[in-house]
Design a protein around this ligand. Structure first.
Ligand code: UD1
Ligand code: CA
Length: 461
């Protein structure tokens, strides 16, 4: 990083067009609040400090994303120039460059930001702004150049004449300023316009009058310049980001069967030669190993999956699965499930807050809750842990190599010893010693010829 560099992220506006009780910059794209994407990009580019200007729903915004920036309150939202002015006491004495970015423009890439900064340095300008050419520029500020080819001013949509509205080159809402000149110039901005607002975009002619040079940096990548004002733009941004994320994974050696139907959050990591089948959602801080087959129709949230794991038609939340295990179809792993190596978790199995040891099998129709299932245990069809007595949750321990027969109830708290065998249909309420056979059900009674006798009796009536 050359010299000092600061960033101001503007996020005080109401975002009326979102029609939401959630602040605009907190609406997630790629699984996290849009403003966090801006923070990540700024951090990647390298800044000494980020200032986040907040106003509407300031508390909610600061609580959710405030950790990475110094919040600065703009009590009344009088416009983008007024928003920048609120940071004066923090930045007035600083050297170097200050980046200003609108909080609703989350897709600008680090590459473009770096390009903008280099242009700013090369040209020795006091301000450099990012522009792009749009087929439909409606709503954006238009860029006007003078005869020398320098930026003369920006005209906002509401102020633009019909001829100016034809201009396709627009202001993206990302600027670099020489910190030294920023506040003196911002203070000269007035609010005599259609909106009665202090427009930051009016700073350019003022800087020129101060004898400073303005330069522009144009990106050809229109997709990164989208500003999210409503839910239609939000879905568009989501689509653009999804494509970007998916392509990054494919370039790193992950196969996506159908990228348009694969939903991967921004912070997910996936190992090489893993195949993601259609309808899969990978969320939050999920990590997937190498050589896995995930999908179709799998949802994994905040989980860690080892190498060569196969998961189909299943939902996993805050869980860990080790290598060479297969999950599904139709399994549900709830928080804090820890599944070992070479385990089989089959259809209609729910696991919650439990560990399942290496090589164990839970093939079908089983509930395992608050349990420790040892290595190589077999939980047969329909076996369940009875972990809840209506008031408290209790723990079940099944030691290694035990065999739990079909339709067994393990009434917790209870322990089944190493290598023990539980007969099908048993309801186990007492500890089972290692190596024992436990049968806990009524013995079968056969009444010979009972049916014939009953019929004869009926006829006689
Ligand atoms: C702004 C630009 C416009 C540009 C467009 C790009 C101005 C005057 N116009 O328009 O040239 O083409 O972005 O998307 O800057 N904000 C505050 N305090 C305020 C007002 C706004 O913090 O008092 C914040 C908003 O929360 C938002 C950002 O500044 O994140 C931009 O404001 P917005 O009202 O969305 O500006 P645009 O009309 O989109
Ligand atoms: Ca906007």
């Amino acid at each position: 990083m050359n010299g000092e560099r600061y960033a101001i992220v503007l996020a005080a506006g109401k975002g009326t067009r979102m029609k939401s009780s959630l602040h605009k910059v907190l609406h997630p794209i790629g699984g996290k609040p849009m403003v966090e994407h801006i923070f990540s990009t700024l951090e990647q580019v390298g800044v000494n400090q980020i200032y986040l200007v907040v106003g509407h729903d300031a508390d909610a915004v600061v609580e959710r994303v405030g950790g990475r920036a110094i919040p600065v309150l703009q009590g009344e939202q009088l416009g983008t120039a007024h928003a920048v002015l609120q940071t004066e006491s923090f930045l007035r004495e600083k050297e170097g460059i200050t980046l200003v970015i609108n909080g609703d423009t989350p897709l600008v890439t680090a590459e473009t930001m770096k390009g903008l900064l280099s242009r700013h340095q090369e040209t020795g300008a006091a301000a450099t702004l990012l522009t792009t050419k749009l087929d439909r520029p409606t709503g954006y500020g238009r860029i006007l150049y003078d005869e020398m080819g320098n930026v003369a001013k920006i005209v906002e949509e509401k102020e633009a004449t019909p001829a100016e509205k034809m201009i396709q080159e627009v202001n993206v809402g990302l600027y670099t300023f020489h910190t030294k000149f920023l506040f003196d110039a911002v203070k000269k901005i007035g609010n005599k316009n259609q909106q009665g607002e202090y427009y930051l975009t009016d700073i350019f002619p003022i800087l020129q009058e101060m004898g400073q040079k303005i330069s522009a940096y144009r990106t050809e990548n229109q997709q990164e310049t989208i500003s999210i004002n409503d839910r239609i733009a939000l879905s568009e941004a989501e689509r653009i980001l999804r494509k970007r994320i998916n392509e990054t994974h494919m370039k790193e050696g992950v196969t996506l069967q159908d990228p348009e139907r694969t939903y991967i959050d921004a912070d997910v990591r996936i190992g090489r030669d893993t195949v993601i089948l259609a309808g899969t959602h990978l969320r939050g801080n999920t990590r997937i190993g190498e050589g896995c087959i995930i999908g179709p129709d799998v949802e994994i949230t905040d989980s860690i999956i080892g190498d060569e794991v196969t998961i189909s038609h299943s939902v996993l939340i805050e869980s860990r699965v080790e290598e060479k295990t297969t999950i599904g179809p139709f399994a549900y792993l709830r928080p804090n499930s820890k599944i070992g190596k070479k385990v089989k978790i089959g259809d209609f199995v729910e696991i919650k807050n439990s560990s399942v040891g290496d090589g164990a099998k839970v093939p079908h129709l089983t509930y395992v809750g608050d349990a420790e299932i040892g290595a190589r245990v077999n939980m047969s069809c329909g076996s369940i842990t009875v972990n809840y007595d209506g008031v408290h949750k209790h723990k079940t321990v099944v030691e290694e190599d035990a065999f739990i027969g079909c339709n067994v109830n393990l009434v917790a708290p209870v322990t089944v010893g190493k290598g023990a065998f539980i007969a099908a249909g048993s309801t186990i309420t007492d500890p089972v010693p290692p190596g024992a056979l436990a049968v806990a059900r009524q013995r079968q009674v056969n009444k010979e010829n009972y049916v014939a006798k009953l019929m004869a009796k009926k006829k006689g009536e």
